[in-house]
Ligand binder design. Sequence first.
Ligand SMILES: *C/C=C(C)/C=C/C=C(C)/C=C/C1=C(C)CCCC1(C)C
Length: 285
Amino acid sequence: MFAGVALAQTNVGGPDTSGPTLTAGQFNLIYNFFSFAIAAMGASAIFFFLARSSVAPKYRIALLISGVVVTIAAYHYVRIFNSFEAAYALNAAGVYAPTSVPFNDAYRYVDWLLTVPLLLVEAVAVLALARNVANSLILRLAVAATLMIVLGYPGEISTNTGTRFLWGTLSTIPFLYILYILWVELARATERQSAEVKVLVRNLRLLLLLSWGVYPIAYILPMLGIVGSSAVVGVQVGYTIADVLAKPLFGLLIYAIAVAKTRDDGGLVNDVNAAGAPLAVNASD
Ligand SMILES: *C/C=C(C)/C=C/C=C(C)/C=C/C1=C(C)CCCC1(C)C
């Protein structure tokens, strides 16, 4: 009986069943952000797949992974968008009230579970480090990324501040570990690079810090007294902005690094034959 009461309390709303009413402006803001994310993810997927031939073969895997990441994200944003549309209905009062269909926030976490480890692989891949160094980095980063997301989820779906705080804190431990590893290793990896690559990698690290830092901030909004419809808007818009920075924009920086490193490595004759045979090296570059 007590357990039942406790469960009912901590699970109010569950994965967002009975959300608050949204004004037309709030609904449209979220709606347009989701729509923008679908366009950004979809268009950048096309770009990353097609841009592979403009970088040296050893950097192509990084662009391929960038393309896969934004493709996965585009798919999930379509699902999130549809779920959001079904979860609210315009009523006679001109506001959007929750329907009986819950807004499915789990799509985000499933998306992150796939894309976050891949984003880390992408960053390591473009550096073209020695194989053993790269493998060890990828393993540590992928395990930490998975832990970060799995630990964050129970807090995300809880409306209980204590529960949210506990899982959020646990999730922050692997998060800090990832940032530390990337900060130290990305810096070390650029020591021998050209000035241009150094600046680009520095920008990549800053973008990573800036965009990844938005997620825990959006997560704690409901704990900072921002509740009801403002919390829904803050969390959804916050995560969407962060996703566009962390995936398409991050991918573009990866592309810029691959182009700069291709040039530093001696360039490439951009005339790839259809069979994808090894490219000739442009000695004059
Ligand atoms: C493309 C998606 C990306 C890069 C997602 C990144 C997500 C995070 C960095 C999430 C971090 C969290 C915490 C550090 C604590 C609270 C729970 C999370 C999962 C929101």
